[in-house]
Design a protein around this ligand. Structure first.
Ligand code: NAP
Ligand code: MG
Length: 402
């Protein structure tokens, strides 16, 4: 069989622990036999990040900006325990944070739907993709505890020293205050990423805030989205037959529960944090959730939503069998390959990505799956496979589809 040729390299970001093991298995079994894989490889494993003083992470982000599409393996975000475990020079920052900052992107998370793993919400038939704004608000706040009577004010001092003041509250006893911010630049990037991704995936876009209560802060989000929509996207949306819909966050929550899915829900940072965990757990499993970082300039970085599955890695190191679910990592690859195929006009690559996804889903639907899915499936007589055999089984299915 002739292998599929690629034109532009995919930026490949390798990672840590169990997902690094799966990464190699996926390449060996499901990609390299079929594709003349062209990648610009960056090892974001913690050892390499430590060795390069984390320069490798920035290099991989710059390569992503250059080539336009990346696929990333899960990586360790160091904490105190990792400092001694890996003998680190510094507590290096989260690679995802570094890459997100460089790409100025928004993260879209979508569940992979298979028969036999039913969402808890029975009318959800199609995926609900959550778009979370990843900058500011309560995540970059300043807080104060107030211990006695007094007046709290919001003060802005401009470059020339002019002050604008608003009274927050006149306290007659102890209390608490909080200040937070966002920028028009970041909100605009968020909006553009959302509109682009909606066009890309041909799904309706919902956006929700609490603008009736937060008449300046949340209302600015609503206004920026509306302005950008009217001036840059309205016609494109109409052509694509999709809609942009703004509603209050509480109304959105109520509608989401009654809806069949198949749309993108854009949320502010905190709402997105909370709602993405609700949506992902209601759809079944973190191991069945994909994640893509989309920059406003149309650069894409695909990954799994879960971490490095540390507990399984230690079992693997101890020579024990593991049954780690590789679906989200496989879909990170197919997402990236499909996008590369679209950008470079390589139908064979797009077709391969479709077939590999189909093979993965059919394998599970035929009752062959990893342990995490076997525990929640409604299918009867399932076969629980180990990490390696699950991937081999997907390859068998793939062979019948190609
Ligand atoms: P995790 O790797 O997502 O795993 C947490 C637990 O969820 C696992 O122990 C396992 O449960 C289950 N699980 C997750 N993915 C699975 C899969 N593919 N197949 C089967 N079970 C799966 O989270 P963590 O253990 O909290 O974090 C480990 C490391 O990942 C940390 O160093 C963290 O910094 C990093 N992390 C990276 C990313 C990223 O790069 N995007 C995201 C999150 C976390 P059982 O143990 O019950 O089987
Ligand atoms: Mg969270």
């Amino acid at each position: 069989m002739n292998k599929i040729k690629m034109v532009t390299p995919l930026v490949e970001m390798d990672g840590d622990e169990m997902t690094r093991i799966l990464w190699q298995m996926i390449k060996d079994e499901l990609l390299l036999p079929y594709i003349d894989l062209k990648t610009d490889y960056y090892d974001l494993g913690l050892e390499k990040r430590n060795e390069t003083n984390d320069k490798i992470t920035m290099d991989s982000a710059l390569a992503t900006l250059k080539y336009g599409v990346a696929v990333k393996c899960a990586t360790i975000t160091p904490n105190a325990a990792r400092m001694s475990e890996y003998n680190l020079k510094e507590m290096w920052k989260s690679p995802n944070g570094t890459i997100r900052a460089a790409l100025d992107g928004t993260v879209f998370r979508a569940p992979i739907i298979v028969k036999g793993i039913e969402p808890c919400v029975k009318n959800w038939k199609k995926p609900i993709t959550l778009a979370r704004h990843a900058y500011g608000d309560v995540y970059k706040n300043t807080e104060m505890k107030i211990s006695k009577k007094g007046k709290a004010e919001l003060v802005f001092t401009d470059e020339d020293g002019n002050e604008t003041r608003e009274t927050i509250h006149v306290f007659d006893g102890p209390g608490i205050i909080q200040g937070m911010h966002n920028t028009e630049k970041s909100i605009s990037s968020f909006a553009k990423s959302c509109f682009n991704y909606a066009l890309d995936t041909k799904q309706d876009l919902w956006f929700s805030t609490k603008d009736t209560i937060s008449k300046k802060y949340d209302h600015t989000f609503k206004d920026i989205f509306q302005e950008i929509y009217e001036s840059e996207y309205k016609e494109k949306f109409e052509e694509a037959g999709i809609t942009y819909f703004y509603t209050l966050i509480d109304d959105a929550v109520a509608r989401v529960m009654k809806n069949a899915g198949g749309f993108i829900w854009a949320c502010k940072n905190y709402d997105g944090d909370v709602m993405s965990d609700m949506v992902s757990s209601a759809f079944g499993s973190l191991a069945m959730m994909t994640s893509v970082l989309v920059s406003p300039s149309g650069v894409y970085e695909y990954e799994a939503a879960h971490g490095t599955v540390q507990r399984h890695y230690y079992k693997h190191l101890a020579g024990e069998e593991t049954s780690t679910n590789s679906v989200a990592t496989i879909f990170a690859w197919t997402g990236a390959l499909r996008k590369r195929g679209e950008l470079d006009a390589i139908p064979a690559l797009i077709n391969f990505a479709d077939k590999l996804e189909q093979a993965t889903i059919s394998t599970i639907e035929s009752g062959k799956m990893t342990k995490d899915l076997a525990l929640i499936t409604s299918l009867k007589d399932v076969t629980v496979l180990n990490s390696q055999n699950f991937i081999k089984e997907i390859r068998n299915t793939l062979e019948t589809l190609l």
